[in-house]
Design a protein around this ligand. Sequence first.
Ligand code: PEP
Ligand code: MN
Length: 687
Amino acid sequence: MQGIIDSTDQPETNNQDQSQLDDLRGDVDRIDDGILDLLSKRRDVARKIAAEKQRAERPFRDDSREEALLIERLASAGKYQLDADLVSRVWEQIMADSLRVQFDYIQDSVNGRKDAVIIAIQGVEGSNSHQAAIELTPNMNERELVPCTRFGDAITAVKDGRANVAVLPIENTTSGAIAEVYDLLLDSKVSIVGEVKLLVNHCVVGVPGASLADLKSIHGHPQAVAQCSNFLAGLDDVEVVYASDTALSARRIAEMANHSVAALANEDAARLYGLEVLASGINNRKSNYTRFVAVAAEPATVDPQVPSKTSLVLSVSNEAGSLAEVLNAFRAEDIPLVKLESRPTVDDAWQEMFYMDFEGNIGDQRVQRVLEIVRRHTMYLRVLGSYPSRDLRPHRRPSPQPERVLRVSEPSPQPAVKTASDSPYRLAGRRESQPETVVDVNGVLIGGPDLVMIAGPCAVESIDQVMKTAKAVKESGGKMLRGGCFKPRTSPYSFQGLGWEGLDMLAEAGRVYGLPIVTEVTAPEHVERMAEKADVLQIGTRNMQNFALLSEVGRTNRPVLLKRGMSASIDEFLQAAEYVLAGGNQRVILCERGIRTFETSSRNTLDVTAIPVLRRRTHLPVIVDPSHAAGDRDLVVPLAMAGVAIGAHGLIVEIHPDPATALSDGPQSLTLEDFDALMQTLSDRVH
Ligand code: PEP
Ligand code: MN
């Protein structure tokens, strides 16, 4: 039987081999299960440690302990015949996970634990945003994904309540800031509640059987294309096709099943859509990190023990050195700034918005002190949120080297009186020795020594009327032009204003005569459009407590002229201002315009007392509107003089080329000549 293969013996051996292999594989499975079980137990202990640290108010992150732990593991590696490289890589991951779990535990205990989360991302499953979303929610049992086409759609999903958070990329170590996301953060009311940095490894992925040499086109997200520009430049005759997201382009090319078309995506996406990786790690920089932020409708509270970052967006005032003052405030409290980015504002191309990230928590007194100083040098300031940050290390205190320190002015003294959080008007309130705020409206300064005169018709009626009036305002020395376009009239049958058409006329007159324009905004949905053309947004007496409107103007970068409600106390008036300031907008001008009393001999009663009271209580400038207080032309000049005498920073007066034909408030409107005479009288205060 020599030479003849025993046909029964071979399968026998195969069977034996197979069952031995199965046994061994079973062993591996059991060991792997054991590893998972141990990892899960380790997580439980990590949570208990977090609870204990929280109870004992112990610092959250202990770098020396983390380092010691790793060294111990490395020392034991030899005992188990494991190499140090493997042990260090595995333990770095385990410790990072432990930290994540602990952060989440503490944050859940502060903000309330949820088992399931709905996450909106730009892109589809398998995208880098998806990966970031998973990393940001390590304790979550269930994650539902809301895939969106655009970044803005993901934010809308959060605002509409269709998602709890949106996870958005904000910057990349190769291609820099993602401008669109920065702009969206400014324009929407959402808060940053978390961040994660992801190592992004771009690959060329194609259908099975495809090769780099056969490619005619590569689909990729513009960000991915930018990050892989060197690799792509080296490919001859390959067209780059922009796609809205990485994972989606992978899915598309899988559907196309064409060997000459590939996509830029990560390995997860390739696996998910049954594609092959044709080239991996093609990013220009090997350490290609993208930072993602999680945004939610409400800000998160960060436990003081959890290392955190805070993000701000601000525009500095026009004084020289304002930005340096802002930076110096952080330096004075020894708070490290970790990021400074700037973007032009939408309303005013040469006015920059600065985005700042610093180490610290908004709940911290030191941070509050810094913000109080920062506020004095900004026209707009909004806290985008405080959130846990995993990659902060204890920073080195700067060694004192006075000659190299940028010191624009002495650091401001700490507030002598109440801290910001004790005052009912955290932002509007004036503290002892706090200087008054000067609001800059395109170079016109309200709140300084000069009396600022604002004049114009009650309502814009025609281009001719507004042009004539603007000319008179300019020639008499007025500094701004007023005019209502949307008129909140007591009767629905009265003239309601020319609306947007009127705004165009007012803007044209303001442009021709070089006068910033002031006009009333009556509805939250008008604010954005109004802010494009109006230099100052007026809130009328009837809307002083329209909180939705106040919040909306608070988010713009246009100064706000806030009129006192006709039945509002000074306290309510300041609380209304607080709404605008809290929205971010720091340029608020208060206006006393007469209140309702039992007296009927004038339209309203000018509360002259309010002016010195306001100047004591708030740092904001205060002006007087004698026209609506009087309701009668003859009373306007005396009330104007009273306002000036008692300390108003400016006046806003209704004037008309022909008051007899005025479509609104004719009886209280001064003629152009009356206005000129008033200006002559006040000439020593108006420059
Ligand atoms: C106005 O200034 O046009 C106006 C309507 O004023 P008030 O809101 O003070 O009545
Ligand atoms: Mn009026």
